[in-house]
Design a binder for this molecule. Structure first.
Ligand code: DC
Length: 487
């Protein structure tokens, strides 16, 4: 099976190249941008704002999107209506960019795209094909060109069609879409590490097509060789190394490799189960009896304002994070309630540690990528009225400094999506053995002004509010701790 992924920003020429490559190589071409455009069209036609996350999510529940090929040309039917004639309308570009930032839309499209690619030899073009939709694609390309060159191409194309367009407006539109597409939280536009970069600023379409075709053919030859257990002949150094890879993978698996593959499969299955977090928190309650006195002895913490964290129903506690010792205490002991935490995926690979974390209600998360399973789990627990404790810096602050790294927008997204209040918390310093530390719990707040929106700008503005509230908590904890030290 051949899967070719072509990603890149708007107007880089991806669809022209993908179509030509597909026709030369006998592959099926899927224009994934058209799927986002069709979704945007359906929203606009129903009077739904493409940025209104809630309304779009509702719309998706009853939406049936079908990809059909009529005379070899892709058509997208939504609820039985062919949307294709409307997809290139100017208003659809901005609407598609907005709607594609909504996680609910991406999950639905990505599922359909994966299903489509699993069944045939394909070329997919889009923004996240190599990084997210088909991370194991055989050939990945990242096509780009300067914004000016892309605006210029679009300008010429529209003028040829007899449309009255303004170059500066086109350029501004392209820059805005670049920003939107590369700053969204879920699967943003970025080059996959193993993608071949094609800067087409000074290349003709034919040159780009030839480069892509050559590479795909080379990969095909290598995998044919692999299938037959032969070593394909090679000319270039590059080909030689590819052929070597093919040879390596063509060799039959040793017993040890088979055992390892089985082990890996089992491991993945086990971790998958942990994405549904344990509801009973039995371990949490059990540990509380021992761990709290132990923690109080080893790392005594003075909590200020714990009553503010005791909330009925869902809530997100956001806190600075220095070490494992700062996680357990606040949730159960201070707030008399359990909170789920996100823990890095790798920790769950270890059987005992994974089981233990699971029993503590932890949810695995693959860091540095859009982990759909983790997002779904978090939304589910919050919607069920439970609590989440998040460290919005995304990782521990190993320097032990009070300065926080850039905050991730996840906390804002979860809070907006589930209408959860946020409780800002701040430790005074990293825990030190037998030294008293201070933890300030601030006034809960909501991000109500952003409900219904998921635009990247709003997510950054909402995250900025979280940062301000955490800064206020820091000022308070510093004031109180330093006053106490003076006394
Ligand atoms: O490629 P295009 O201009 O038709 O795409 C329309 C919008 O859809 C674009 O702004 C980004 C989005 N898109 C996406 O987010 N992921 C894809 N795989 C394809 C398109």
């Amino acid at each position: 099976m051949i899967n070719v992924a072509i990603d890149g920003p708007a107007g880089a020429g991806k669809s022209t190249v993908a179509k030509a490559v597909a026709s030369k190589l006998g592959l099926v071409y899927l224009d994934t941008g058209a799927m986002y455009r069709a979704t945007a069209y359906t929203a606009l036609e129903s009077g739904i704002d493409p940025c209104d996350g809630e309304a779009v999510e509702k719309m998706l529940e009853g939406m049936k999107l079908e990809i059909v090929f009529e005379d070899g040309v892709q058509q997208i039917y939504v609820n039985g209506v062919n949307t294709t004639p409307h997809l290139r309308e100017h208003r659809m570009s901005k609407a598609a960019s907005d709607i594609s930032a909504l996680p609910c839309v991406r999950y639905k499209m990505v599922e359909l795209q994966r299903e489509f690619a699993a069944a045939r030899d394909v070329v997919l073009d889009g923004r996240d094909i190599g990084t997210f939709v088909l991370p194991n694609a055989n050939c990945k390309f990242f096509m780009t060109a300067t914004a000016e060159e892309r605006a210029n191409r679009r300008f010429k194309e529209l003028v040829e069609k007899g449309q009255d367009v303004d170059y500066d407006t086109l350029l501004a539109d392209i820059k805005q879409r670049d920003y939107n597409d590369s700053h969204r939280e879920v699967a943003p536009l970025k080059q996959a590490e193993d993608a071949i970069l094609l800067d087409t600023t000074n290349m003709t379409i034919d040159e780009v097509v030839a480069a892509v075709v050559e590479r795909v053919e080379q990969t095909r030859r290598n995998s044919d060789g692999e299938g037959k257990g032969q070593t394909p002949s090679s000319d270039t150094a590059d080909e030689k190394s590819d052929n070597k890879k093919a040879e390596e993978t063509a060799a039959p698996l040793t017993r040890k490799q088979k055992r390892e593959a089985k082990k890996e499969e089992k491991l993945l299955k086990r971790i998958k189960k942990y994405y549904a977090p344990d509801k009973t928190f039995r371990m949490y309650r059990f540990l509380r009896v021992f761990l709290h006195p132990l923690q109080a002895f080893l790392w005594p913490i003075k909590a200020i304002g714990a009553e503010r964290g005791r909330i009925d129903g869902n809530a997100i506690y956001v806190c600075n994070h220095y070490s494992g010792a700062d996680i357990l205490l606040p949730c159960y002991v201070l707030f008399k309630d359990e909170a789920h935490v996100l823990a890095k995926y790798e920790l769950f690979k270890h059987r005992l540690v994974g089981w233990f974390l699971h029993k503590l209600g932890a949810i695995p998360v693959r860091r540095g990528e859009a982990d759909i399973d983790a997002v779904k789990s978090v939304l589910k627990v919050l919607k069920e009225g439970k609590k989440l404790m998040l460290f919005p810096e995304g990782t521990r602050n190993l320097e032990g400094s009070q300065d926080m790294a850039d905050l991730k927008t996840g906390a804002a997204r979860f809070a907006i999506k589930t209408k959860s209040p946020i409780v800002p918390m701040m430790y005074y310093a990293p825990p030190k053995l037998f030294k008293r530390n201070w933890l300030y719990i601030g006034e809960p707040f909501t991000l109500e002004q952003f409900y219904g929106s998921m635009t990247p700008e709003d997510m950054h503005a909402a995250t900025e509010i979280i940062r301000q509230k955490m800064d206020e908590a820091r000022a308070e904890v510093n004031r109180i701790a330093e006053e106490a030290k003076r006394k």
